[in-house]
Design a protein around this ligand. Structure first.
Ligand SMILES: [Zn+2]
Length: 277
């Protein structure tokens, strides 16, 4: 996992291969509802891999990695199992019990209805037509993924992040996660976008927020650190060929926040983190 040259997608494949076989044991039965314990492992792994602080928001992790919550995966296992049971001959006890569950809106069938209602999913109302179940359940998962992404996006725009509203997660072909960037670059990018660099300003702090490098008495937040701090201006000169940056937020940080183009502009071409270390 610490290999600098191995892509995020390769690491993700290994992680899912190892974790899902254990974590999702029996998900055919319990996978129809969200279990926080199951969701925690992926978030923990992402925080460890990218050295993110513990307070990194769940919404940021899922939006930035473009990986849906584990629930979507367990839900598919659960749905596939239901379809398999319903395809059994009527005279078998499993099939009979499944039909009884549907007719009386019990257990897993109630969970499906609750899911549709909770997220106002736009799915076929003929849920009692068993022939259509494979397509209906597939539609439930598809609509659910879209709804969850929408909810995450709204949530992060209302979060305590200074630039939460400016964050674009549509980073084009270079994404998932930042294409073939080396691990240490991804870590810095992710921390910058998520405002998780260890600066004096933190949303939960009330004292000692100002920058200790310059004398401007401004809070040392991500904008100050990346754009305004006069003590760091030699970096702007070195990499952007300007002694001062015309950083009027959000416009001037658009290259980082994904609003201009989709390739991280200066980062993928000329910005070389290696020379910073
Ligand atoms: Zn400063």
């Amino acid at each position: 996992m610490e290999n600098n040259d191995l892509s995020f997608n390769s690491k993700l494949t290994v992680f899912h291969s190892v974790s899902r076989s254990i974590l999702c044991y029996g998900a055919q039965i319990w996978g129809g509802v969200v279990h926080l314990e199951v969701e925690k492992l992926f978030r923990f792994a992402i925080k460890k891999l990218f050295r993110l602080p513990n307070y990194t928001s769940t919404t940021f992790i899922h939006l930035e990695t473009k990986i849906a919550p584990m629930f979507i995966f367990t839900l598919k296992l659960h749905h596939d199992y239901i379809i398999k049971v319903l395809s059994l001959p009527d005279n078998l006890i499993m099939g009979m019990l499944a039909l009884h569950t549907i007719r009386n809106k019990l257990f897993w069938f109630k969970d499906i209805i609750d899911l549709i209602n909770k997220y106002s999913l736009n799915v076929d109302s003929c849920i009692h037509n068993l022939d259509k179940w494979p397509d209906i359940l597939k539609n439930i998962r598809r609509h659910l993924t879209v709804k969850m992404t929408e909810e995450f996006t709204v949530e992060i725009s209302k979060s305590k992040l200074n630039l939460g509203k400016e964050l674009s997660f549509e980073l084009g072909e270079s994404h998932n996660l930042y294409s073939d960037m080396k691990l240490y670059k991804i870590r810095w990018l992710m921390k910058s976008r998520g405002e998780e660099i260890n600066l004096n300003y933190k949303f939960y702090k009330t004292i000692d927020l100002n920058c200790s490098l310059c004398n401007t008495e401004e809070p040392e937040d991500i904008v100050h650190f990346l754009a305004k701090c006069t003590s760091l201006s030699h970096f702007w000169l070195r990499f952007f060929h300007k002694a001062t940056l015309d950083f009027v937020i959000p416009k001037s940080l658009q290259w980082l926040y994904g609003k201009i183009g989709s390739q991280f502009g200066p980062l993928s071409n000329s910005f070389n983190f290696q020379t910073l270390t």
